[in-house]
Design a protein around this ligand. Sequence first.
Ligand code: FE2
Length: 284
Amino acid sequence: MGSIVQAAKITHVPSIWMSHTIEQFHGIRQSAIDGLDELGRRAQASGVETFLVFDVHWIVNQGFHINAKARHEGCFTSHELPHMLADLDYGYDGDPDLANAIAESVDKAGLRAMAHDTPNLACEYGTLVPMHFMNEGSFARVVPVAANQYASIDEGRRMGEAIARAIADSGRKVSVLASGSLSHAFWPNAVSADGLNKVNGEFNRQVDLRVLDLWQQGAWPEFLDMLPAYAERCYGECAMVDTAMLFGALGWADYQGTAEIITPYFGSSGTGQCNVVFDPPPVP
Ligand SMILES: [Fe+2]
């Protein structure tokens, strides 16, 4: 039997790479880096063999897509924010068996799913930034999962549930990561540089903080009830489908686990960010 041995909502903001590589910005995202390092240490201690990353920067418009390549290798520069994130070298083994099993399971659930082993299908930074810190030494395989920007929260839930079934049948120990923002309102361009370390809007900041409270209280039904409105009103990154997939994999409203904040809430270019780990669901 396979199992989810780690589950987390994680940050991937390019300012992490600025903090890591540009002298002038050194340290601005140290708590995010420390949190990703800590999650990596815990993953290794839990025997994680594969990181499954719900990547809201691999944005798709139709269906559900899984990267099934045997090897991910390259040098990444962000087209969105090239001044923040450039020249990130990476090299990880993929997990074609798990990727294909997930596609089959998701397809069986009635959601059109496709696994791709295409030489030029590269990784996006929702996967690459966290993996740089969490998967040091490339100890685990990596499977990026795309985020459909037009999928509903309910489709995300069903996708996550189907993924959990595939993991249970896989024999793998898997870390499931929702790599995406809380609120996601970028600053208007004219003030974007000044807003590097701030959340855009008190409403978004307060709702994000309330969500983190609900997570710490284990108030899962309340959070899940508000998730569609939260995604809409707080400009969810890819409509927060990564979060929906994560909670689908955890068991949705039946989930009984607790959350632990690894990196306290912070603002980045207007968006709300955190690293939060959730108890893994019971082995089915
Ligand atoms: Fe992002």
